[in-house]
Design a protein around this ligand. Structure first.
Ligand SMILES: [Mg+2]
Length: 357
């Protein structure tokens, strides 16, 4: 099989409510969709959801990087996923979401060619996944109200964006506990906003309030700080997100004993192929993984969910952006269905999405 054409198209995704985190607020989130065609009539679809503060990419940079990749993609064997990744890496450093768009399209083709849904192509057997839902930073009363709204819609795991004001963070969690009781699982995402001191000061109360994990409390470069926090965080797991891009970061974090959980995002690492390497490294250190997401449409989320379903060591899913996006730009059918927090993957070969462009 050979690649005959690569098409890309910018799509405007819009958050239903702007998602505020410590260092930015996300409202309009342009993405780039990719279509790779082959001489056997099989087409694969992929998506880049660039997020400049984390991946250093914009929709414009993604388009120009895809333009760099196109000459060696045309005529290449789409099943040679390792070879195409090596070419993309030798062409340009980083640029995870541009590489991810190609990677997802290649896996879509490979699993369609194998006649298997992607999660089964990757070795998975269970097609049901539970995702959390993310609540952006706001006034404590507003965040608590949004939390209760999601809980009312069947969600059992909340991820609260925190990290700007530790007192307000505790206020939100206390309000949710009072209203929702002990059964709701809560993780918080500091998005690099805490210092060691500010987090250590609230850790005992976070533990008492039953917070299961703190994601990326410190700046991305502070691996030593993460390791010190992990050594004293007790029942509250420390999760690395912005500190983790590629498999090398995974090895560095695991060797430093800096995280209990790694948050893999296809857009940071460059797609499913490097994500599998990250998970394998983490698993060998006894560290579990979560698959998170940027502002991704149903397309990239279908790939992320297949990865979650495929690997037992990926025990958490933060694949909720399709719930937070108002306008997906395309009427996308298939991929998965959901009821509350429970997602059911499609049994259709590939990503199982019914799209064309
Ligand atoms: Mg995060």
């Amino acid at each position: 099989m050979r690649i005959t054409d690569v098409k890309y198209e910018m799509v405007n995704l819009k958050m239903a409510i702007p998602l505020k985190i410590t260092y930015t607020s996300m409202a309009d989130c342009p993405a780039v969709f990719v279509k790779i065609s082959t001489d056997e009539g099989i087409c694969g679809y992929g998506e880049a959801a660039p997020f400049a503060p984390v991946t250093g990419e914009t929709e414009v940079s993604v388009l120009s990087v895809l333009k760099m990749f196109t000459p060696f993609l045309i005529g290449a064997d789409p099943l040679d996923i390792a070879g195409i990744h090596a070419k993309m890496d030798s062409c340009i450093y980083g640029n995870g979401s541009a590489k991810c768009a190609v990677d997802i399209a290649l896996y879509d083709i490979a699993s369609k060619a194998a006649g298997l849904p992607l999660y089964r192509y990757l070795g998975g057997s269970s097609s049901t996944i539970v995702t959390d839902v993310t609540i952006g930073m706001d006034e404590p009363a507003v965040m608590a109200e949004r939390a209760m709204d999601w809980i009312g819609r069947g969600f059992k795991i909340l991820k609260l964006k925190t990290g700007s004001d530790p007192a307000a963070d505790l206020d939100v969690i206390r309000r949710i506990r009072r209203a929702a009781g002990e059964d709701v699982l809560i993780r918080i995402d500091g998005n690099q906003g805490y210092t060691e001191q500010t987090l250590l000061a609230i850790l005992p109360e976070l533990a008492a309030l039953g917070v299961m994990a703190v994601e990326q409390p410190l700046p991305y470069w502070d691996i030593d700080g993460l390791a010190r926090l992990k050594a004293s965080s007790g029942t509250v797991a420390i999760m690395a997100d912005e500190s983790l891009h590629d498999p090398h970061d995974a090895l560095r974090l695991c060797r430093a004993k800096a995280a209990d959980t790694l948050n893999i995002k296809l857009m940071k690492c460059g797609g499913i192929y490097p994500a599998l390497a990250i998970n394998a490294i983490a698993e060998s250190f006894g560290v579990n993984c979560m698959v998170g997401c940027m502002a991704e449409s149903k397309l990239a989320i279908s790939a992320a969910l297949a990865l979650v379903a495929a690997k037992d060591n990926i025990s958490e899913a933060d694949c909720d952006s399709f719930l937070l996006i108002e306008d997906q730009g395309l009427e996308m059918k298939g991929g998965f269905t959901y009821s509350g927090c429970s997602i059911q993957l499609s049994e259709t070969p590939g990503l199982g999405l019914d799209i064309d462009f």
